[in-house]
Design a protein around this ligand. Structure first.
Ligand SMILES: Cc1cc2nc3c(=O)[nH]c(=O)nc-3n(C[C@H](O)[C@H](O)[C@H](O)COP(=O)(O)O)c2cc1C
Length: 377
């Protein structure tokens, strides 16, 4: 049997039928009231029938005043749970987990969204920095509210039938901003030492635990590194994973942020981008140090690479872009086909523009699938 075809029982008690996980991709398909509608259902019907062992939604916002993108879905007390239940049904029989997120300072200035952050440090991406506002440093009350919002969204996700949540602490969003010594300049209990910087994530994990009933999955998506000099690095990731031991079903490892583009699979240097499973060497250092099941995501586009990831000790393989291109890819991998998928490319002159173009093309593909159009990937 191929390694990715082996079932995995998680600490929360649920068994995944295989090791291939559809990683989070922000769909930007919110309908009225930032709710999911029939386009999301159509999209997840494809993935639900595609053979993955687990589907993780694109990030769902915990605060409707703070959206990373105008098309982001929100789940809060004002949401209609029936729309979220239909989302879960569309994905069946594959279990669906909701990724929950707060963007912190990564909101577009022109949208007027609330920009919160550990400190008043603005996103620095050169001439394009002006797209982002200078964020408001969070007060103790703001922090308590954010913890409560994550717990509320997780509880509502369980009520709607989701089988788990993944707390997004990667890619430069709020929880990753707290973890980063470059963004988090606080000198109170929420800043300074790594343990202080991780406090918000750990408190949210605990608050989610307390809110949900047993049997509900909890995972964290964490950067294996931010790829910024002086930023959150692989040793920091190792220690945070240690603190998460016993509290989560698995930790998904990714990398980068809006300031150092490994986000969405576009690493800062193009040679790395050409490589498959490009965080493997870095993240493999963590596998040997922890008993927490780890999931590796980034650049996995064919079965032989997925097999190598499991062989190296990862519990799960996360696939995003290739599953937008071919929603039924896991079925082919499980049947023993290598089924390689070529990465989307852009010839634009700057790294930032290339990354934006590829991201837009993948989002376009999700929208086409959501409209029932299966045009060429
Ligand atoms: C269109 C698009 C949207 C994404 N949205 C999210 C998201 O909402 N949350 C998240 O954690 N990662 C997001 N990602 C990153 C993916 O989960 C994944 O970490 C990254 O694309 C690398 O994996 P891949 O090479 O298989 O695409 C997104 C990626 C793409 C291409």
């Amino acid at each position: 049997m191929v390694l990715v075809a082996r079932p995995l029982t998680l600490s929360s008690g649920m068994t995944l039928e295989n090791r291939v996980v559809k990683a989070a991709m922000e769909e930007q398909l919110a309908g009225t009231g930032q709710q999911p509608d029939e386009r999301i259902e159509r999209l997840y019907r494809r993935w639900g029938a595609g053979g993955a062992g687990l589907l993780i939604t694109g990030h769902v916002m915990v605060d409707r005043r703070a959206l990373a993108q105008p098309g982001d879905i929100v789940l809060d007390r004002a949401s209609d749970l029936a729309a979220f239940r239909r989302w879960v049904s569309a994905a069946a029989p594959t279990p669906l987990w909701m990724q929950i997120n707060h963007p912190g300072r990564v909101v577009l200035r022109d949208t007027g969204a609330l920009a919160l952050a550990p400190s008043a440090t603005r996103v620095d991406i050169g001439t394009l920095s002006s797209f982002y506002p200078t964020p408001k440093p969070m007060t103790g009350a703001d922090i308590d509210t954010v913890i409560e919002r994550f717990a509320t969204t997780a509880g509502l996700a369980q009520d709607a039938g989701f089988a788990g949540v993944e707390i997004h602490a990667a890619h430069g969003y709020l929880l990753s901003q707290f973890l980063s010594p470059l963004v988090n300049r606080r000198d109170d209990e929420w800043g300074g030492t790594l343990h202080n910087r991780a406090r918000l994530l750990l408190r949210i994990v605990d608050a989610v635990h307390d809110r949900v009933k047993p049997g509900f999955g909890i995972a964290v998506k964490l950067n294996s590194a931010d790829f910024q000099r002086g930023g959150f690095d692989v040793d920091d990731a190792g220690r945070v994973i240690e603190w998460l031991e016993g509290r989560v079903d698995f930790v998904e490892l990714s990398g980068g942020s809006v300031e150092a583009l490994a986000t969405a699979g576009h690493t800062a240097d193009d040679r790395t981008l050409e490589r498959e499973a490009y965080f493997l060497d870095l993240a493999a250092r963590l596998v040997d140090r922890t008993a927490v099941p780890l999931m590796l995501t980034g650049g996995i586009r064919r079965a032989t690479v997925a097999e190598r990831v499991i062989e190296r000790g990862f519990a799960l393989v996360g696939v995003a872009t290739a599953l937008a291109q071919h929603p039924e890819l896991p079925q082919r991998w499980l049947a023993g086909e290598d089924a390689p998928v070529a990465p989307p490319r852009s010839a634009l002159p700057s790294k930032l523009m290339r990354a934006a173009a590829v991201q837009a093309a993948v989002t376009g593909r999700l929208h086409a699938l959501g409209h029932g159009k299966d045009c060429s990937p």
